[in-house]
Design a binder for this molecule. Structure first.
Ligand SMILES: NC(=O)c1ccc[n+]([C@@H]2O[C@H](COP(=O)([O-])OP(=O)(O)OC[C@H]3O[C@@H](n4cnc5c(N)ncnc54)[C@H](OP(=O)(O)O)[C@@H]3O)[C@@H](O)[C@H]2O)c1
Length: 364
């Protein structure tokens, strides 16, 4: 099995499947031992997965990657870490250049590097002006050598165009892209193609919902085990509800069995093969799914597979519209489950692990 890689820029070559690390953030789910997480990181890098995704607001995660780098300096040299800059929603109305620099310096210090490989910028509220300015400040710190590459996450087409028009050169754009969520195809893929921006995709296995585990199962009762499941259970509802999703799982299972593979591998492979996609982020709290994750590389989907999956996905009513727009609807179902001030306040002491009940079952 060969690890597929992609060179995004000179000296910046990553495995096309990245280890997502939101799952290690405080209060994402059950607590874990940091030493175990470091050992699991070692397994990923030794297996050839050298791309790790994290964020400034994934509480504790940059520190754990920093610990991994100190403990395994040779493996650490192979690592390419995409982090994020996600200024808190409370901060953005009066964000300063100094705030941006402090955030960059904090990530540098936590990750234990002199230069950040890739900083992906997120902005919580389009009604608050300043996102292009903030991105331009990031670009100044890039020119100063603190950041190698810049990216974005969760922008829609109009806002991403403003950033590009503002003179910012973007290497990547991170967005949700899966068989359950093909909103990137509503203009974002094309915009990124025009500007040479590569897509890093999350949600490719929908928090685990796109896996063998859920085939033929009833919708789980709350509370859920972790925050990814809440997020993607709401996406399943947008997709048409539990039954429509189960039909997709059955089609994925048929294809998986044909290739001697798994539902998760087929789902991730589907995204990996879409135009403009550089890498699929697969969230990993530990290394339990590492072998299945590696199996994505040896899987090849044929025209019949793509037609069957495409038909089911095309038939879904949603999620509709542009990237992350429904997530931005004030007091909407999706926005209500988000934590938007974790850089300032850390993870809340208590997180409700139940998706908004009224939203679930709307179509199921
Ligand atoms: N930019 C953003 O706003 C944003 C948003 C979300 C995520 N992300 C990034 O993207 C990464 C991907 O995370 P995600 O939350 O979207 O989740 P995901 O990758 O869709 O799902 C990850 C979960 O799926 C399960 N899983 C993975 N491989 C599996 C397999 N082969 N078989 C069965 N189950 C499998 C695991 O759950 P169990 O351990 O419970 O089995 C795992 O935690 C995150 O870690 C983060 O780095 C970014």
């Amino acid at each position: 099995m060969t690890i597929e890689t992609i060179t995004l820029a000179p000296g910046y070559t990553i495995s096309r499947v990245a280890k997502g690390n939101w799952q290690l953030a405080a209060k994402h789910g059950a607590p874990y031992a940091q030493d175990d997480a470091v050992e699991d990181m070692r397994r990923f890098v030794e297996a050839g997965i050298n791309a790790f995704d994290c964020a400034d607001h994934y509480v504790g995660v940059e520190d754990t990657i920093g610990l991994f780098r100190r403990r395994y300096p040779e493996l650490g040299k192979q690592l390419r870490v995409s982090t994020k800059y996600t200024p808190d929603i409370e901060l953005i109305p009066h964000l300063t250049r100094r705030d941006v620099e402090t955030a960059v310096d904090t990530s540098l210090q936590r990750l234990g590097v002199e230069q950040l490989d890739l900083v992906q910028f997120h902005w919580w509220d389009y009604e608050v002006p300043g996102c292009v300015q903030a991105m331009q400040w990031l670009q100044e710190f890039q020119k100063a050598g603190k950041i190698a590459h810049l990216g974005t996450t969760n922008f829609n087409v109009a806002r991403l165009r403003e950033i590009v028009d503002g003179g910012v050169t973007l290497l990547t754009n991170q967005l949700q892209y899966s068989l359950l969520d093909r909103r990137p195809e509503n203009g974002m893929v094309e915009l990124c193609r025009q500007h040479g921006i590569q897509l890093l995709c999350y949600g490719t296995v929908a928090g685990g919902f796109l896996s063998d585990k859920w085939l033929g199962q009833p919708s789980p009762p709350p509370p859920f085990e972790n925050r990814s499941l809440i997020k993607y259970r709401l996406i399943i509802e947008e997709f048409g509800g539990w039954e429509a999703y189960q039909a997709l799982l059955r089609a994925l299972d048929t294809i998986a069995k044909k290739h001697g593979s798994s539902i998760a591998a087929v789902a991730a492979r589907y995204v990996l093969d879409r135009p403009q996609v550089a890498a699929a982020l697969v969230g990993a709290k530990d290394a339990r799914h590492l072998d299945e994750t590696l199996a994505i590389f040896s899987l090849r989907l044929d025209a019949e597979d793509l037609a069957s999956l495409g038909a089911l996905s095309d038939a879904a009513p949603g999620p509709a519209g542009d990237c992350y727009d429904i997530e931005r609807e004030k007091d909407g179902t999706h926005a209500r489950i988000m934590q938007m001030n974790q850089n300032t306040h850390g993870a809340p002491a208590h997180i409700d692990m139940s998706p908004p009940i009224a939203a679930i079952g709307a179509r199921s």
